[in-house]
Design a protein around this ligand. Structure first.
Ligand SMILES: *[C@@H]1O[C@H](CO)[C@@H](O)[C@H](O)[C@H]1NC(C)=O
Length: 284
């Protein structure tokens, strides 16, 4: 009996390893842009990104993933972060037909709310921005930001609170990212021509360098290159019946965010879309 428990434990442990959890920077990521501005902390379990007058920087996953859940804990630029943008996103890197799922954290003057912009690109078509003001100070502590993705639904969440949902609406002729694996990226850069109050608030370089911190990387999904059958396997946990739509608890939280913290939704922006795009009419 004791032996059986031990063997089951070993199997569970090996399955855990296959899923690559938990992951470290060295195991799963690489520098994509300006390694001199990127520093490992806590023995490689964390990373610090630096933005100064010379450069921003970025890192990305070594592999791509097709469906699954990716998350990391991030502590955003503290103090006067106006004009800075920290991003956490997935991208298929296929130019005009790219799929992309974006979190962009738009800095602000001290004491003003951080804004999270999300966007979804499918087959090269984006222009689906939504913006939410965070209900806490994301520079005071680490919070978990996650992208969940299966054949039916994509969910962006902050500390397990869904802030954005993009459903598979192929039946309405709306493309859904389902065939291109995506890599996971994060970057910190200057974008004071648009980021804060539409570009009115400029970056204050006297406050540089600006720092963002990352830890607890978790990449679960079908790794590419990897077994080709993985992405279509219904036995992956993220394809399970419980994950085909928001749970009642998730739905309640999502409605709370939309009612209290959403400040922009392309679906209701008549200056851009006189008729709301079809995915908007399908309901949240
Ligand atoms: C910054 O703060 C202003 C004033 O509170 C707010 O209107 C805006 O949504 C905030 N975020 C950005 C990115 O400008």
């Amino acid at each position: 009996m004791g032996k059986l428990v031990w063997i089951i434990g070993l199997i569970l442990c090996l399955v855990g390893l296959v899923k690559g959890r938990p992951s470290t920077f060295l195991q799963d990521f690489r520098v994509v842009w300006s390694g001199s501005h990127l520093r490992q902390i806590s023995g490689g379990n964390g990373i610090q990104l630096i933005l100064d007058r010379n450069s921003g920087c970025g890192f990305g996953s070594k592999y791509k993933y097709l469906f699954g859940r990716v998350s990391m804990k991030i502590k955003l630029v503290a103090g006067d972060s106006a004009g800075t943008v920290t991003a956490f996103y997935m991208n298929s890197d296929t130019n005009t037909v790219r799929d992309e799922l974006d979190f962009e954290f738009l800095g602000n003057r001290s004491g003003q709310p951080y804004t999270v912009q999300t966007n979804v690109f499918a087959r090269g078509k984006g222009d689906r921005e939504q913006r939410v003001n965070l209900w806490f100070d994301p520079s005071a502590d680490f919070h978990t930001y996650a992208i969940f993705w299966n054949h039916r639904i994509i969910i962006f969440s902050v500390d397990d609170v869904p802030i954005r949902v993009y459903k598979n609406n192929e039946a309405r002729g709306v493309p859904f990212p389902k065939s291109q694996p995506m890599a996971v990226y994060s970057t910190l850069w200057e974008a004071d021509d648009w980021a804060t109050r539409g570009g009115l608030e400029k970056i204050d370089w006297s406050k540089a360098p600006f720092y963002a911190y990352y830890k607890d990387f978790d990449l679960e999904g079908c790794q590419v290159p990897g077994p080709a059958s993985c992405a279509s396997s219904t036995s992956n946990w993220w394809e399970g019946a419980a994950y085909q739509q928001l749970s009642p608890v998730q739905a309640a939280r999502y409605h709370w965010v939309r009612a209290n913290h959403m400040i922009y939704d392309y679906c209701t922006d008549k200056s851009r879309y006189s008729v709301a795009p079809p995915e908007c009419l399908a309901g949240i």
